[in-house]
Ligand binder design. Structure first.
Ligand code: MTE
Length: 347
């Protein structure tokens, strides 16, 4: 079984079992056929055979591309489940896999929600290194493999709330951001953590576009106490398997109490800084996108009221509309970080 601790709830128990299981089984049969390159053209057919569901057929193919080495598969055999009812778990229905991997914001691959899943499939994630730099005693460039091998992977079931007013519930796989920060040993000047996405216009077509609105690379940042918070997570997978390229392979940030744009994808650089780092959306439109970007139903974006949201997917029977919760429902855990701050000014 995928998840180690049988006593704990698994996302396989709250998403249709057939989806979860068939994807794992598919991955195994794909591996048995002998390597990613040789089988990629067969993937849709195989996946359909395994799942009996054509719609889900593309998902395994996506993952196969972002899972090039055997050590990844080993790591994913031993994922620790989130404690049921605990801080890293919600019993809300999971957003179906197909929606999670086809409705994306990843502007490096285009502005349309379907562009990332359409255009990111050739994205190379191996080898991948992450530079740790700035105000720390242990600056280094890690191969992702060296960093991940000793790391225990965990599953966390988090809400994701986009400033555009849609939301999802996603079972991520990864490890606490604090683990990486502790290895880097930030010094006393380190007040913030800055993150950068890969800059590679050959692979990320929109980075070449004259019409691009973002000053690449995509950048994000957190205050040090936010970054050290146990909820802040570095994801390398979702739904028990590798992160598809469109979701930020091979490694992305997940900060569930903040709007989705803080959760930067495909990270290559993490830097400790003394001053607040520049962030992509804030550089573009400072009146619309603040540095903090905490989910807040009382502070509205100029174009989107924030008191309601649509939980995806919408169906014929449900509009998905629901109230937005302060800090996306994580207020008990993170509220103390902002005590005494004017959150309307520091939006
Ligand atoms: N990271 C990079 N590098 N580029 C992006 O365009 N979009 C952000 C965030 N991370 C983005 C990014 C936004 S606006 C959101 S809502 C989330 O990714 C969406 O994550 P998802 O596509 O996995 O749902």
């Amino acid at each position: 079984m995928l998840i180690k601790r049988a006593s704990d709830i698994k996302s396989s128990e709250i998403t249709p079992e057939s989806v979860y299981r068939s994807r794992r089984e598919f991955m195994k049969s794909a591996a048995a056929l002998g390597g990613a390159a040789g089988i990629s053209s067969l993937l849709p057919g195989l996946a359909m055979a395994a799942s009996g569901d054509g719609l889900r057929a593309r998902a395994p193919a996506n993952m196969q591309r972002s899972a090039p080495a055997a050590w990844w598969e080993d790591k994913f055999q031993n994922i620790e489940a989130a404690e049921r009812g605990g801080a890293f778990w919600t019993n809300e229905a999971l957003t179906p896999y197909q929606d999670v991997v086809t409705y994306n914001n990843f502007y490096e691959f285009g502005m349309d929600k379907g562009d990332p899943s359409r255009y990111a499939q050739e994205f190379e994630v191996d080898p991948w290194s992450i530079e740790i730099a700035g105000e720390c005693d242990n600056p280094a460039t890690y191969h992702l493999e060296d960093f991940l091998k000793p790391q225990q992977l965990e599953e966390r079931i988090y809400r994701l709330r986009c400033v555009e007013r849609w939301s999802m519930v996603i079972p991520w796989v990864g490890f606490p951001l604090a683990d990486l920060i502790k290895k880097a040993q930030p010094n006393s000047k380190a007040k913030y953590v800055a993150f950068e996405t890969l800059l590679d216009p050959d692979q990320m077509p929109a980075q070449n576009s004259r019409f691009a609105i973002i000053d690449w690379p995509y950048r994000e940042g957190l205050r040090m106490d936010e970054a050290m918070h146990p909820l802040a997570f570095l994801a390398v997978g979702l739904y028990g398997d590798y992160l598809p390229p469109q979701n930020g392979a091979p490694i992305r940030l997940v900060v569930p109490w903040k709007y989705g744009f803080k959760s930067i994808k495909s990270i290559v650089r993490i830097r400790f800084t003394e001053t607040e780092p520049q962030t992509a959306w804030n550089m573009l439109q400072p009146q619309e996108y603040g540095f903090y970007a905490n989910v807040n139903p009382n502070v509205h974006h100029p174009r989107w009221r924030q008191d309601m949201e649509t939980r995806l997917p919408r169906t014929l029977f449900s509009s998905g509309r629901q109230e937005t919760l302060m800090f996306n429902g994580y207020g008990d855990q993170v509220g103390h970080l902002y005590e005494g701050m004017d959150l309307a000014r520091n939006f």
